[in-house]
Design a protein around this ligand. Sequence first.
Ligand code: GDP
Ligand code: GDP
Length: 438
Amino acid sequence: MPLPIVAIIGRPNVGKSTIVNRLAGDQQAIVHDEPGITRDRTYRPAFWLDRDFQVVDTGGLVFDDDTEFLPMIREQAMAALKESSAAIFVVDGQTGPTTGDNEIADWLRQQEVPVLLAVNKCESPEQGMIQASQFWELGLGNPYPVSGIHGNGTGELLDDLITYLPRPEEIVANDEIKVAIIGRPNVGKSSLLNAFLGEKRAIVSPISGTTRDAIDTLVERNGKTYRLIDTAGIRRKKNVEYGAEFFSINRAFKAIRRSDVVLLVLDALDGVTDQDLKLAARIIDEGRAAIIVVNKWDVVEKDSYTIYDFQKIILSRLYFMDWAETIFVSAVTGQRVEKIINCVDTAAEQHRRRVTTSVINEALEEAARWHSPTTSRQGKQGKVYYGTQVSSQPPTIALFVNDPKRFNDNYRRYIESQFRQQLGFPGTPIRLLWRGKK
Ligand code: GDP
Ligand code: GDP
């Protein structure tokens, strides 16, 4: 399940980006939207205590100005608010309440999302209380004096903010498993879908996706519902400006984003192409589970070693996805097509899996027994205090350490491989967050 979202709202120049930077620290944006297509907001991961969320800056909100972009900005803010669990409304404590603030407040009061009012630029504690109290008139409850630049007051604000966010265990897993079928043109995506649906088409209800980029088909198997997101089912748009290539990769990216599990379909005759690598990288960036489906296996001349040789070649190219299962199929003969669903089940299960803190810490102790973090030139050694799984889909483990800088890439990779060995998680990427004391 995605992390809860907190929207940052306010007029231009009140300090929204300063506050976002403070909340998100140096954690980079996790979401890569194609600008201007659906959403072009940037989501940054943030956390407070043991709670993880994402912050999204909605851009300066103005109501009185009739600039050309106004409707767009407002729409963006509205869209951000709709998907948020809470909003922080930032105002400028040094200027006091303005007409613009009042307009935004009126608008916010009509929305359902809980709003916390952050009165920014309150550097001095005594003055801050006075500055903040002027904002009671906005009718949004308690104004929190904060300083985005220095960090004063943000602790109290965040303590209250997280009470509005759903707890990880409350974020109910949706039963439907969303499966994207992606791959280059002509690898056999539609053929695979047809082979899979086969006779059972009768119980299939094709419904159009949320966009015209993919066709969704709902299928029931073994009491479970799968939503197959097929990017091939749509006629390729003939667009002189971009060409088919542009659309196919974009469509694939969108399908990946909407899925739980991705079937990365390869053509056995072509092996792993550069485009396949791009798709694979995107799957990992988005944190989706994946299965490598090698299609057209019927046309490969085989002996008893062929499958192992193929496996090796694929792994040497897709080494960064070595956690994904590879399955060799033929849409034409139907060979192993039904097995794909078993792989999907395993991957989806692992993608949603949660392990207890004690299991993680046992794995960490075991890892430390073999290798301790190297000592830096200054003679300072990294120390891992404990680890805990902070979210799933993909499984994300936070490691609380004395100082993240004391752990080099080698050691980080070592810990990740230890987790793989001891905790498994086949079929899904895992994420490790290295966190120092704040
Ligand atoms: P945004 O347009 O709302 O994203 O505002 P910015 O974060 O870009 O900040 C606008 C201006 O306010 C910048 O010059 C910041 O340096 C300043 N600013 C932001 N936060 C604070 C603060 O806590 N105290 C003071 N004194 N200035 C701040
Ligand atoms: P898509 O563009 O990825 O949806 O690919 P299609 O499903 O349209 O298939 C492209 C071509 O590959 C068609 O001519 C299919 O008949 C052929 N094809 C698809 N799957 C297989 C397979 O398993 N074996 C063989 N020999 N041909 C296949």
